[in-house]
Ligand binder design. Sequence first.
Ligand SMILES: Nc1ncnc2c1ncn2[C@@H]1O[C@H](COP(=O)(O)OP(=O)(O)O)[C@@H](O)[C@H]1O
Ligand SMILES: NC(=O)OP(=O)(O)O
Length: 311
Amino acid sequence: MKVLLALGGNAMTNADGRARPEDQIAAAQTAMAAVADLLEHDHDVVITHGNGPQVGNLLVKNELAASVVPPVPLDWCGAQTQGTLGFVLMNALDHALAVRALDRRTAAVVTRALVASDDPGFTHPTKPIGRFLPAEEAAVLVEHGETWEDRGEKGWRRVVASPEPLRIVDAPAVQALVAAGFVVIANGGGGIPVVQAPDGSLRGVEAVIDKDLGAALLARSVDADVLVVATDVPQAVLRWGTPDAEPLGTVTLTQMRKLAAEGHFASGSMGPKVDAACRFVEQGGTRAVITSLDHIVDAVSGDFGTVVVSD
Ligand SMILES: Nc1ncnc2c1ncn2[C@@H]1O[C@H](COP(=O)(O)OP(=O)(O)O)[C@@H](O)[C@H]1O
Ligand SMILES: NC(=O)OP(=O)(O)O
């Protein structure tokens, strides 16, 4: 079975969302041990990852250092997160492969995703990035022109433009590496957003693509059978955050679309995961699973998480 594994940016940090290097390395080790287990059982795996906490942190560093070194645009920050997380994941995966004496090579691909220059996401920011702050601290940054949003019990979070990914520009490179037997990490952070000029040239645009929507595209590009969206909760939950909360098991595509329309899944977090799972199955994928980092193997064997199947 070919598995597209999407690792959440928050799942790769820890509960406070500060994204310390040691937390990211530990999360990468957990996830890559699961990948090595899957490879040992003859599954193929292609990996993608989020970058919300990481790209937000880079943006803060950029702004704090602006009087000392030239700031770089948000798409450059996104590209940097692909490099850093690709490096961390490759180290963790190489180690997990060596422990199991598996002879596989790994590769991380700097991956661009095409977006439309007139995407409504550019005028209405929806993608939460970076750390959570208390309302009073967020209010100060809003006065400085940033957009922040109340994200519930964890606090407020900055939101930035998040256009829809239309096509993975570097899919052919990913496909060639997969065909050559590499375990590939690609399209991190949903892909570096680029727009196409009339002359065909590409340029980066300041936005952060939702990695779950990017993952659904990548999954089809590599012809995956199963999409696993690994985050920091074991299942999607109905009536989330209420006394009547109920973890969701296996549902059909139609049932999941109906639950999403009823508003069970928050925008910018569980909402896009559910959307990505539905898109994947709609486009011919066998099964999409939403679960936590430590249940990746169970998700592939088919007995854990929130599972979306065709009708
Ligand atoms: N209905 C829901 N069921 C479960 N989790 C939900 C729901 N709605 C919102 N969430 C939130 O979604 C979070 C996972 O999304 P997100 O933080 O974007 O993860 P990641 O960065 O790992 O992809 C959970 O930690 C939870 O707080
Ligand atoms: N780019 C993105 O969606 O990252 P997260 O999964 O970390 O939110």
